[in-house]
Design a binder for this molecule. Structure first.
Ligand SMILES: C[S@@+](CC[C@H](N)C(=O)[O-])C[C@H]1O[C@@H](n2cnc3c(N)ncnc32)[C@H](O)[C@@H]1O
Length: 196
């Protein structure tokens, strides 16, 4: 398993991405084509920035990426990227204003994850709250027909979120990337064709 972990870690280093998590989004993109050239993207839980960089590559110079995280990120971004530090669970007026000003987005991606406590049910609940808040952020921010990707830890609340998504997206799928660590309980919920 160590060899497996090292493969994506080393690959990210060689390809100048700040985290191995980029390969999860690459797998999602390969399977679901969520990001298109020229798209406006909202990237939630963006630090240290590998999803943001990949999204910026995919949407190109005509697209825009608004990246948000609790933590500050010090780096030079491509010109189509704007970073805002903030808490999606409790957005301050600056973050709410930025989200409203940038909307509508074509795609909302969330790799938000809680600081794990090691208490399984607690971690599942925290992850559920983050995925649910990303989904709720679609209302008023995601364009009709838009796409949605959210990380969630497997747990008893996942079916509730899938059911809520089914009312708002033409298609809803679950996906576990090969590049996720084998021991990880994370998977991704994909929503395609937002109906508002
Ligand atoms: C797995 S990391 C994201 C990795 C990132 N996608 C990348 O590829 O570089 C999860 C991130 O979620 C952020 N996060 C957790 N709770 C958040 C919240 N309430 N609002 C915004 N970001 C949050 C954490 O600060 C952390 O940086």
């Amino acid at each position: 398993m160590k060899h497996y972990r090292d493969h994506y870690f080393q690959k990210a280093k060689q390809e100048a991405y700040p985290a191995r998590s980029v390969y999860k989004l690459k797998e999602i993109q390969k399977k679901f084509s969520v990001l298109q050239e020229g798209d406006r993207v909202l990237d939630l839980g963006a630090a240290p920035g590998s999803w943001t960089l990949f999204a910026a590559e995919r949407v190109g110079k005509k697209g825009r990426v608004l990246a948000v995280d609790l933590q500050a990120i010090e780096r030079d971004w491509p010109e189509q990227v704007c970073f805002r530090q903030g808490d999606l669970l409790c957005p301050d007026p600056d973050l709410s204003e930025a989200l409203a000003a940038w909307a509508p987005f074509d795609v909302l991606i969330s790799d938000m994850a809680p600081q794990t406590t090691g208490i399984k049910l607690r971690d599942q609940t925290l992850s559920f709250e983050l995925a649910k808040s990303a989904f709720e952020c679609c209302a008023g921010h995601l364009a009709p027909g838009g796409g949605f990707v959210a990380k969630i830890f497997d747990g008893p609340d996942v079916p509730e979120l899938i059911a809520a998504m089914r009312k708002r997206f033409a298609k809803v799928k679950g996906f576990k990337p090969k590049s996720s660590r084998e021991e990880s309980k994370e998977s991704f919920l994909i929503g395609l064709g937002y109906t508002g």
